[in-house]
Design a protein around this ligand. Structure first.
Ligand code: COS
Length: 395
């Protein structure tokens, strides 16, 4: 089963023109819509339709299946530009472009690609159902079971904190296909589950600290009957689900890193603008060196994150495994975005604590980047274990 894809991507000129129009779309259509998305805690259907018409859901879907055919560097750069707007917009497309789309492209059978890639490119929202009430960081401890049922499969279990669950049309569900508990990651398989399959239901959307308009909920699977061809990768996919999930998460971590880096640029621009407008002691506060230090540190750190992301993407496009680089980029960019958001509040002073300024929303939104798709602590573990393994030490 091919688990690595070497993609050339779009030609450079087409990508440059796409990126320029995306920047305009973000500035003219998405950022102005933010207050209404916050108020309703959802992206209006009309705006989702505009995003779909813009081609955002199919960035990485090959052209033959109706997408833009971007490689990883290009799609992650598009995510970074999109992420100048509030996180909800990236959230809506991210599973199609990243984790679920890449799992289907890498591991799907030809029939699965032909069925699902055109649909996700057209805007059928996907979600990635790995985490459960009893397994998050320890992803391989999942308890959802898939048992053979006639010629197909029957699934039972609960998935938790699933981004897009309330609005998704497709879930990639990781389930245990063998009763043996050990080795715990060997018997996990990935299933393509249409969300309208009988037995699939969604929990009530969770209320959250930030990231308004990016819905999260449980997915409940009760005697969900699936045909044999719902197993990602066909018969060869049985037991390959953990590796597929981990490879997808590598892609997902690059996307979160880009989201954090893109949002940090927006946050820094807002802080810098405020510093030039707000006066104290008879002069704009931008003239104070302690304010300048916060701006300069933020600029340097954002640039560092952008370089890490670009380098990791270049490596990924060469076909290399980027588990370490993606973990490092995600860890650095998400922590950095938190620091930049904190400085933005600080530069705003008392105004930074008020809901009428964007600074407090940025602060709440940025907090999630350090948690999802691998907490900072799990990423440290991933990086350290790889380092120690090189020394022959299994931690
Ligand atoms: N790419 C390819 N293969 C990978 C891989 C990756 N990124 N990560 C792990 N694997 C493979 C390993 O090579 C190993 O294969 P072998 O048994 O053939 O050697 C197998 O998968 C098991 O890997 P490992 O021993 O590292 O698994 P662990 O159970 O110890 O778990 C962590 C590893 C903790 C790193 C993993 O569970 C994890 O990333 N957890 C966080 C999950 C997460 O990010 N959740 C967020 C929600 S999903 S959006």
């Amino acid at each position: 089963m091919p688990l690595v894809c070497h993609d050339g991507g779009m030609d450079a000129e087409s990508f440059a023109s796409f990126a320029a129009s995306l920047e305009r779309f973000v500035a003219e259509r998405l950022i102005p819509a933010e207050p209404s998305v916050v108020a309703a805690d959802r992206i209006p259907q009309s705006l989702l339709a505009e995003m779909r018409d813009f081609g955002l859901f199919g960035l990485t879907v090959p052209e033959a299946y109706g997408g833009a055919g971007m490689n990883i560097s290009q799609s992650v750069e598009a995510i970074r530009l999109l992420a100048h707007a509030m996180p909800a917009f990236r959230s809506a497309i991210t599973m199609n472009v990243g984790m679920v789309g890449s799992a289907i492209r890498r591991a799907g059978t030809e029939a699965q690609k032909a069925e699902w890639l055109p649909r996700i490119a057209r805007g059928t929202i996907a979600c990635f159902a790995l985490t459960e009430p009893g397994s998050g960081s320890d992803a391989a401890a999942l308890a959802t079971r898939a048992v053979r049922d006639g010629g197909g499969w029957r699934l039972n279990g609960t998935k938790r904190y699933i981004t897009n669950a309330p609005v998704a049309g497709l879930a990639l569900v990781m389930a245990r296909t063998h009763p043996e508990p050990l080795p715990k990651n060997a018997h996990i398989s990935a299933f393509l589950v249409p969300m309208d399959t009988p037995g699939v239901s969604r929990g009530r959307p969770d209320r959250k600290m930030g990231q308004a308009g990016a819905p999260i909920a449980d997915i409940l699977l009760e005697d969900v009957r699936l045909p044999a061809d719902a197993l990602l990768g066909g018969p060869a996919g049985e037991g390959a689900g953990f590796r597929i999930a981990m490879q997808s998460i590598d892609t997902g971590r690059l996307s979160v890193a880009a989201a954090a880096a893109g949002y940090a640029r927006r946050i820094l621009a807002t802080a810098a603008r405020y510093a030039t407008e707000r006066r104290a002691f008879g002069t704009p506060i931008a003239n104070f060196q302690l304010i300048q230090a916060m701006l300069a540190d933020s600029e340097a750190e954002i640039y560092a994150a952008e370089c890490m992301i670009a380098d990791a993407c270049r490596l990924a496009d060469s076909g290399a495994r980027v588990t370490i680089e993606a973990a490092a980029a995600k860890m650095f960019a998400s922590e950095m975005c938190g620091r930049v958001a904190d400085r933005c509040v600080q530069i705003h002073g008392g105004a930074g604590y008020l809901a009428e300024y964007e600074a407090e929303r940025f602060f709440r939104d940025a907090r999630l980047y350090r948690i999802y798709e691998g907490t900072t602590q799990i990423l440290e573990l991933v990086i350290a274990r790889a380092m120690l393994r090189r020394l022959g030490h299994e931690a």
